[in-house]
Ligand binder design. Structure first.
Ligand SMILES: Cc1cc2nc3c(=O)[nH]c(=O)nc-3n(C[C@H](O)[C@H](O)[C@H](O)COP(=O)(O)OP(=O)(O)OC[C@H]3O[C@@H](n4cnc5c(N)ncnc54)[C@H](O)[C@@H]3O)c2cc1C
Length: 391
């Protein structure tokens, strides 16, 4: 009898890398993604890859595929941030402190756009990825599991359901009996991008521009100017703005708004900034501007819940974290590598696989969430009361 597929909810970074692992192991799988296409919504920011993240990706992809992936990553010199006062333009410090070390392989800052990363991970898996499939939950069958979609239909029976659909994962809520929680820190951000020409005066490197003059609180942006692309006017670089609670406010508190409205707010928050930095906002591609909320799962670590052998969670669904520290994706890909390896070794989902995965994941992911939260308390001045109401 044919092996039942592994069902994967969401086609994000963690899910697609797991899919790639299963493809290589000849284990059948089906991925269900809510969006209509991979590029349905702005794919936003650039992800920085740590040694742990790169090692995990390398352990999943075959050598040629990893080389292709690594070649697509930008490599920027300088292992730390250059901090500037955004208003005066003064160089504050060149960070070399622990926690701010950005470099990984070859001492370079290795980064890739989230959209490119998804597209590369999906190569070869296309026929098994189903779009417009909004997973609302699951039901266990006699010896398997089915995903339930928002339109009331159900998937084929699978041997395992892996919830990889990000911080709002319904699979995570169901399998953990509500123990997996996500907190809104109150801090907000805007993502924007502009042609490389707008970044000319910065030169190569990774930059943090800090504005402490805003009466509502600190606003910062982070951006990365990559050497290979910096002279190509057809390329756009991104920046990520983050504001402590109360500084960035979307109309009607609607943070799903994209485009001109978000661009205008970014421009107004930076109107007094040094002329050297102004082109990043004056020349921005307004259509790509987007708000984002800074959320975090339980800061003390990934909670325990009774293991369900046929359902588990990966990536942000299990451990969403703030962008402080830049380790959310790096942790997510470790899940894909670990679960993929355990499934390969067992020849598919067998009793004990998800339990062993969750045991291992809790160790490194709890460390990562704690670390990211600790950084966020300083960078974004947020505090989460774990006893408080959760979303
Ligand atoms: C501004 C910013 C900068 C960041 N920078 C870094 C960085 O430098 N380094 C780093 O390591 N991390 C970084 N992160 C974190 C990183 O982006 C996430 O940790 C990572 O994307 C998580 O991957 P994932 O696969 O778990 O979820 P996602 O990539 O969020 O994918 C989830 C997928 O599930 C789909 N989906 C959602 N709901 C459903 C549903 N009900 N049914 C079906 N599909 C669904 C979504 O459309 C999406 O495709 C950053 C985050 C932000 C916001």
């Amino acid at each position: 009898m044919a092996q039942k597929p592994v069902l994967i909810s969401g086609a994000g970074l963690a899910s697609l890398l797991l899919a790639r692992s299963l493809l290589r192991s000849n284990i059948p799988f089906q991925v269900f993604e809510r969006d209509a296409t991979l590029s349905f919504r702005g794919q936003g920011y650039r992800l920085r890859l740590s040694n742990e993240g790169l090692n995990a990706i390398e352990s999943v992809l075959d050598p040629a595929a990893f080389q292709k992936f690594y070649d697509r990553c930008g490599k920027t010199a300088g292992a730390g941030f250059a901090h500037f006062d955004a208003v005066t333009g003064e160089l504050l410090e060149q960070t070399r402190t622990v926690g701010e070390m950005l470099g990984s392989r070859d001492g370079k800052v290795v980064g890739i756009a989230r959209g490119d990363m998804r597209a590369l991970f999906m190569e070869g898996c296309e026929e098994f990825v189903h779009f417009n499939k909004h997973v609302k939950g699951y039901e266990l069958t006699d010896d398997g599991v089915r995903a339930i979609f928002a339109d009331g239909t159900k998937s084929d029976e699978g041997s395992l359901l892996v919830g990889g659909e990000g911080i709002k994962s319904r699979v995570a809520k169901q399998v953990s009996g509500g123990k997996l929680k996500v907190y809104d820190t109150g801090a907000r951000g805007i993502h924007g991008q502009a042609p490389t020409t707008a970044f000319k005066s910065l030169g190569e490197g990774v930059f943090r521009l800090v504005d402490d003059t805003n009466p509502d609180g600190r606003v910062t942006i982070i951006t990365n100017v990559r050497p290979n692309d910096m002279d190509d006017p057809n390329v756009e670089f991104g920046w990520t703005m983050a504001g402590v609670p109360g500084t960035i406010k979307a109309p009607n508190d609607d943070y799903s708004i994209v485009g001109e409205v978000a661009a205008k707010i970014a421009k107004s928050l930076t109107q007094k900034w040094d002329p050297r930095f102004k082109p990043l906002f004056d020349n921005m591609n307004e259509g790509q501007a987007a708000f984002w909320k800074i959320t975090c799962s339980t800061p003390s670590g990934v909670p325990e819940w009774p293991n369900e052998p046929r359902v588990t969670v990966i990536g942000d669904a299990a451990h969403g974290m703030t962008p402080a520290g830049g380790i959310g994706a790096n942790t997510a890909v470790q899940d894909s590598a670990l679960l993929g390896r355990l499934l390969r070794e067992a020849g598919g989902n067998q009793p004990g696989v998800t339990e062993e995965y969750e045991k291992g994941m809790r160790v490194y992911a709890s460390e990562a969430v704690k670390y990211s939260y600790g950084m966020a308390t300083k960078q974004f001045q947020v505090t989460i009361d774990e006893m408080s109401e959760v979303s």
